[in-house]
Ligand binder design. Structure first.
Ligand SMILES: C[S@@+](CC[C@H](N)C(=O)[O-])C[C@H]1O[C@@H](n2cnc3c(N)ncnc32)[C@H](O)[C@@H]1O
Length: 221
């Protein structure tokens, strides 16, 4: 009776247990929103790292070691012009090349790695000599670069070899880290084990190919 009378007099005066359950509900909603938001953020971060493993050619993010980078830089001595790192990861090769004076570009599928690379380039003071693009290496042309670096996986090298052969100018130099190209004969190598890099000067690879094409019909007859 007293409650009823109070409620009629003042609608804000609810029974204690109703107030308790509504504040419990709003806590519940906040916790659900928090957990949901965290899971969504985690999903957005993790997915770009996981999807490369689900592609036909699985090319995961494995950063170059500092020895590998030193080997790449050694093979870039006496070279100039533009440079691209195909699948640039966290940008370490692009940034190292930019510090040596190259106009260096990174092509990378994972947007988080691209944003992180841009931040690193800005932090290291080379953002004016670097560019990072969120792009699929199979969907862009590398024709404007005279120096190309790639740390790939064996399954992709035959297809990439054909693509670069078609696109690059005769004076291009290609540096393959850890895994060599299947048909080209390297002009130089540096380092050993997993830090090995193979260097291909396209003009020599093309000359070898032309020579073998010239020789083949004679050998047959
Ligand atoms: C082995 S890591 C090399 C990273 C970097 N180049 C380095 O040496 O530190 C290969 C990179 O290629 C990226 N990647 C995979 N598939 C790609 C694609 N289709 N197009 C562009 N980048 C790709 C991966 O996200 C990964 O960061």
């Amino acid at each position: 009776m007293i409650f009823k009378a109070l409620a009629e007099e003042n609608p804000a005066a609810e029974p204690q247990e109703d107030r308790g359950s509504s504040s419990g509900r709003s806590w519940g909603q906040m916790v659900t929103a928090g957990v949901g938001g965290t899971l969504l953020a985690l999903y957005a971060v993790v997915i770009p790292f996981v999807t490369p493993a689900l592609r036909k050619v699985c090319l995961p993010f494995v950063p170059a070691t500092s020895t590998q980078i030193q080997n790449v830089l050694k093979m870039l001595e006496n070279r100039s012009g533009s440079l691209v790192d195909i699948g640039s990861g966290d940008g370490r090769i692009v940034i190292a090349a930019a510090k040596k004076g190259f106009k260096a570009v990174g092509c990378e599928l994972n947007p988080w790695l691209v944003w992180y690379s841009r931040y690193r380039a800005w932090r290291d003071g080379v953002h004016q000599n670097t560019k990072f693009y969120i792009s699929d290496l199979w969907k862009v042309s590398f024709s404007c670069y005279t120096n190309v670096v790639v740390f790939g996986v064996p399954q992709m090298m035959p297809q990439l070899e054909r693509k670069l052969e078609e696109e690059l100018e005769y004076n291009a130099r290609i540096i393959a880290c850890r895994f060599p190209f299947p048909s080209w004969i390297p002009d130089h190598t540096a380092g050993e084990g997993t830090d090995t890099v193979w260097v291909y000067d396209l003009k020599h690879s093309r000359a070898c190919k032309t020579k073998s094409l010239e020789i083949t019909p004679e050998m047959k007859s």
